[in-house]
Design a protein around this ligand. Structure first.
Ligand code: FAD
Ligand code: NAP
Length: 547
């Protein structure tokens, strides 16, 4: 077979992660970097999710790169929570500003990556049949980049348009005057439903599980706010890096078992009216103590009853299937009010699941709901989906998807045993989806780049975590999760939304700041836990003790 062209590093994905990797590896370390991206443009999540209402739930001040002071001084965010269009404009600006596009091959999907131990080279093959080799392979494929379409009987027979929120048409979708059905009431459904209700003639929402959502209270930023942020931007960023979630939020007022409940109610009201994700975090034990949790859960249910005028609809919207904060909390813009509109109908598919699609609608409980357009807000094969769709073969013929058949195992969420010189940005076992992801992406990219620099400067050909280090880390991640209520919820954090996927809690719950310190400690101790050219450096028990 013809020799594949060789570069220094192959990167898969051109979202926030892939773009920053180009900047670090190419522009700072001088590596020849080749990025493959399935889409026609940069932006990842924000390229694909163009559905009406798509918006960030992290404030714009934080949901942006911090690596370039001039960039953060120059860019003007217009709103508290940026909309998809603004984020996509920002990321395109970054790509142009740093001339990143020339390292990216668009409309190209990586289908396999194979490691050759003798040559110490990874070879990536794309859907065009082209092959490229490099000593380093870096995944920037995203945690939420594989949209899920459930196998609804008769789906293909439906005569109207079907759109998934995670693969929204670039040209948009006009539903004016049409009968629209939305399946799914997670973050995507809750964002798209109020927008579609305003455009459609009739909107039917098919809800299987009611979701806890709290108001975002998005608004334009004032000039004064922007000036204030920019005057201390570097300090804000530094504080965020060592925070629990990668952005600065209202802190808990104490334990729900100790705080006076009247004071707690006042604080919950304040947070509800200020907007943002911190309602569940009013107590520091919301995710470990059921009684504390129930107080906050009931506060939100009471709000639903006070907003939704039809008591039966309000009852269906009240979440009772999981404790608040054990699935991703959702931020909304008038979600519950939407159910007071004449043209909106809520259909619970809890007791009567969706039976089948027909050419003209959806049948539930023997009743057909006539529809012109169906929107699937049915979520993602999260955290492992994009990696497992690539045939990644490491040392000794080990396949990643087989190694991870019972759930992903990694060291620090950034590397995995038997896969030398392979790094995963925001991989399973790192804070990733439990944080402001841009903070976590920057931390991983910087750590990986520093490690690659270290390896090259010290003549180390290859590295991988030891089996022992990986096992210890996995146990540590599980121990943290099992001390909370989070594994009890049927969430995508647990893989519970994908039929057949192993139920394993995938992200690291110890917090962004703690995690950063651990990674820094690993690096400072000659990358303990990794095997360099077959020589183990591990001193792992010390590491776990400090966490
Ligand atoms: P992505 O943006 O997912 O980019 C990965 C890219 O890799 C994609 O473009 C994909 O096409 C490409 N790719 C994957 N596999 C292959 C392959 N085999 N070959 C070639 N290309 C491939 N996070 C927050 O912190 N706050 C938020 O408010 C927030 N809102 C979100 C809203 C939505 C609708 C979704 C889906 C996610 C949201 N997230 C949010 C998470 C978001 O994914 C991250 O914040 C961030 O954008 C991830 O960047 P990334 O570059 O790591 O991955
Ligand atoms: P999701 O949270 O997984 O929600 C999927 C929804 O589809 C759920 O309501 C689910 O019901 C329903 N569903 C799935 N399969 C179904 C079936 N076969 N029949 C009936 N209903 C079905 O997905 P998402 O809303 O796309 O959000 C995923 C993540 O992306 C979020 O948690 C968040 O991290 C990120 N996101 C963030 C924002 C933001 O605000 N910035 C916006 C969108 C997405 P069940 O609950 O019963 O399974």
């Amino acid at each position: 077979m013809k020799q594949a062209p060789q570069v220094d590093a192959i990167v898969i994905g051109a979202g926030f992660s892939g773009l920053y990797l180009i900047r670090k590896l190419r522009d700072e370390l001088g590596l020849n970097v080749k990025v493959f991206e399935r889409g026609t443009g940069v932006g990842g999540t924000w390229f694909w999710n163009r559905y009406p209402g798509a918006r960030c739930d992290v404030e714009s001040v934080f949901y942006s790169y911090s690596f370039d002071e001039q960039l953060q001084q120059d860019w003007v965010w217009t709103e508290r929570y940026p909309a998809q269009e603004e984020i996509l404009r920002y990321i395109n600006h970054v790509a142009d500003r740093f001339d990143l596009r020339r390292s990216i091959e668009f409309e190209t999907t990586v289908v396999s990556c194979e490691y050759d131990e003798d040559k110490n080279l990874w070879t990536a093959e794309t859907d065009t049949g082209d092959r490229t080799s490099a000593p380093y392979l870096i995944s920037a494929v995203g945690c939420l980049s594989v949209p899920l379409t459930p196998e609804f009987p008769g789906l293909e027979s439906f005569g109207g348009h079907v759109y998934h929120t995670g693969a929204w048409p670039t040209e948009g979708a006009d539903v004016t005057g049409l009968r629209v059905g939305v399946i799914g009431t997670g973050s995507s459904g809750i964002q798209v439903i109020p927008e579609l209700a305003r455009q459609a003639a009739e909107l039917t929402v098919f809800q299987r599980t009611a979701t806890f959502t709290v108001p975002a209270r998005n608004r334009p930023l004032t000039d004064d706010e922007r000036t204030q942020t920019k005057s201390i931007y570097a300090d804000i960023r530094e504080a965020a890096r060592y925070s629990g979630t990668g952005h600065l939020l209202d802190q808990p007022i104490g334990s729900g078992q100790e705080v006076d409940r009247t004071m707690a109610k006042i604080e919950l009201e304040r947070r509800w009216w200020r907007g943002g994700i911190t309602v569940p975090a009013t107590f520091n034990d919301t995710t470990v103590n059921l009684d504390s949790n129930e107080f906050i859960s009931e506060f939100v249910r009471e709000k639903i009853r006070s907003i939704v005028t039809d008591p039966e609809v309000a009852r269906l919207l009240e979440p009772h299937d999981y404790a608040i904060g054990t699935k991703r909390i959702v931020l909304d813009a008038g979600y519950y009010d939407t159910y007071n509109r004449e043209n909106v109908t809520l259909v619970s598919t809890r007791a009567n699941p969706i039976e089948h699609f027909t050419p003209t609608g959806i049948v539930v409980g023997g009743v057909e709901h006539p529809l012109d357009v169906i929107v699937l807000a049915t979520g993602y094969d999260a955290m492992t989906g994009a990696l497992n769709r690539i045939r990644i073969q490491g040392r000794d013929g080990v396949l990643l998807r087989e190694k991870w058949a019972a759930g992903p195992t990694t060291y620090l969420g950034v590397a995995t045993h038997s896969f030398p010189n392979f790094f995963t940005v925001t991989g399973p076992g790192s804070p990733s989806v439990l944080s402001n992801m841009i903070a976590s992406i920057e931390q991983h990219v910087e750590w990986i780049a520093a490690y690659v620099d270290h390896l090259r400067s010290n003549g180390i050909r290859c590295t991988e975590p030891s089996a022992n280090a990986e096992q210890n880390w996995v146990e540590h991640v599980n121990t943290l999760a099992n001390a909370t209520l989070l594994p009890k919820a049927a969430s995508w954090y647990m893989g519970a939304n994908v039929p057949g996927k192993p139920r394993v809690f995938m992200p690291y719950l110890g917090g962004v700041g703690t995690y950063r310190r651990i990674c820094d400690e690993v690096a400072a101790n000659n990358y303990m836990g990794f095997v360099h050219d077959s020589a183990e450096t591990t001193v792992l028990p010390a590491l776990i003790r400090t966490t």
